[in-house]
Design a protein. Structure first.
Length: 451
């Protein structure tokens, strides 16, 4: 019987949700992370001990009653990880822990190389607002609940099914959605074909009496999938899609949600952007197949407040607007810029982008440059390495040199705030999955002085 759960990499969004879960279950919980963040501070306020030095003395010494959970983002040579391995602590990766928690519950999983965080958070909101409730492990902070973990007595679990490190293969869902299968994480998969193959393995693990909902046009090998397969789309007629899409103020839309059982008219999503209509169709498809009523879905969509760092509007005035987005893949950047063009027509878009990972930059530099060329002006920051060591010849210049903008600059992040004060800013967006989020507060504070 374990009494203590110890997390190596506790500040990660997925790790912190599981840490919170075990804390709520009454266990002692503590862990290590490399750097303090708003998330680690929140964990500490909830009574979870977090330290920031690679210190084996901080690890509980009661091996028989301590279970260790680690993230694959942690380097193998970390002293703490080497210590627990050499001393034979019971341990597993985050994905295995989530799979064990999901066992015995009805798992509703949202997978895809992008769109899964907003879609899974919206699904959890629908189930919560309907009164049914769910346990949800989210890949972002829900702005409705200010958390990445929702708890309920109802044995239904909403999971963001992460393809990194093939983590989602630890899940055996009853219903699953696939939003996209773009090439990504090629440091893990080597090529796009293996990415697609992994999604095929994932859908084959869905219960035979369950359902798989795949975005229209997305490539997923389904030969081994025994569950019933459905398709969803933004506005292309198929099993689940939106029609009668009418723009509203602030970038939101009124639309009809078409599904095999009929139509749900006059739906709106509480956050702007056409891509969130698409996300709403996907989340609603799972909810409908699960048995949620159309009326509950329509009501919940309207009250959804979004996810922190997912097309997160911090300032919106005629003088200046500021949006932050987690986009770290070329297609995500294109979607963010497209939404901004729709919401802020005719305004000059200045983007700040921090590339995430040397391998991703190496694999997609021309595509990043093409996507960022959709801005009017670009501030590019150096690569955020995360778990990786530098790769010779791979740097932000690979992207910068190919961006087709005359108004572009590459600067160290330490110079960002001073440089921004030299710019006439109309509409600003920060993009990236590294530590660019540390600038959100300072940027917002500064821009408010310019309103």
């Amino acid at each position: 019987m374990y009494t203590h759960y110890y997390f190596i990499g506790i500040g990660g969004i997925g790790m912190s949700a599981i840490a919170r879960y075990f804390k709520h279950q009454g266990f002692a919980v503590s862990g290590y992370d490399r750097t303090p963040s708003a998330l680690t501070h929140a964990l500490e306020e909830e009574g979870i001990a977090v330290h920031y030095e690679d210190d084996i003395d901080a690890i509980p010494k009661d091996i028989a009653h301590t279970f260790v959970i680690y993230t694959p983002a942690i380097p193998d040579d970390l002293n703490e990880l080497r210590y627990v391995r050499s001393h034979c602590y019971p341990l597993c990766k985050r994905s295995k822990a989530l799979g064990e928690i999901a066992r015995g519950q009805e798992c509703l999983a949202v997978s895809g190389t992008h769109g899964k965080t907003t879609t899974s958070t919206l699904l959890a909101h629908i189930l919560t607002q309907s009164g049914e409730g769910c346990n949800a492990f989210l890949g972002g902070i829900s702005k409705n609940y200010n958390s990445n973990l929702l708890l309920s007595r109802n044995p239904v679990l909403v999971a963001e099914a992460d393809e990194f490190d093939r983590s989602f293969l630890q899940l055996h869902p009853h219903i699953a959605v696939v939003t996209a299968t773009d090439a990504d994480h090629l440091d893990i998969y080597n090529d796009h074909a293996h990415v697609v193959e992994a999604f095929g393995q994932f859908t084959a693990q869905v219960d035979a009496d369950g359902a798989v909902v795949v975005k229209h046009g997305v490539d997923v090998p389904l030969a081994d999938t025994t569950a019933k397969v459905w398709r969803y789309a933004y506005d292309t007629p198929c099993d689940f899609y939106a029609s009668d899409i009418t723009p509203l103020a602030g970038g939101r839309f009124d639309f009809t949600l078409n599904h095999p059982g009929g139509r749900i008219e006059h739906c709106t999503v509480g956050i702007p952007g056409w891509v969130n209509v698409e996300n709403a169709v996907a989340a609603s498809a799972i909810a409908l197949l699960h048995g949620t009523t159309p009326e509950a879905i329509r009501s919940a969509l309207a009250t959804f407040q979004g996810v922190a760092r997912r097309f997160d509007i911090h300032l919106n005035t005629p003088r200046v607007a500021y949006i932050d987005d987690y986009a770290h893949h070329p297609n995500e950047i294109r979607a963010a810029i497209s939404s901004m063009r729709n919401i802020f027509p005719g305004r000059k878009l200045l983007g700040i982008f921090q590339p995430h990972l040397y391998t991703r930059t190496r694999d997609f530099a021309p595509d990043f440059a093409d996507a960022l060329s959709g801005l009017d002006a670009l501030i590019l920051l150096p690569i955020y390495p995360a778990r990786e060591e530098p790769i010779p010849g791979v740097n932000a210049e690979l992207i910068f040199d190919q961006v087709k903008l005359s108004d572009k600059v590459l600067i160290p992040k330490e110079q960002l705030m001073d440089y921004l004060k030299t710019r006439d800013i109309d509409c600003l967006v920060t993009l990236g999955a590294g530590d660019i989020d540390r600038f959100i507060g300072p940027i917002e504070t500064y821009l408010k002085t310019r309103v």
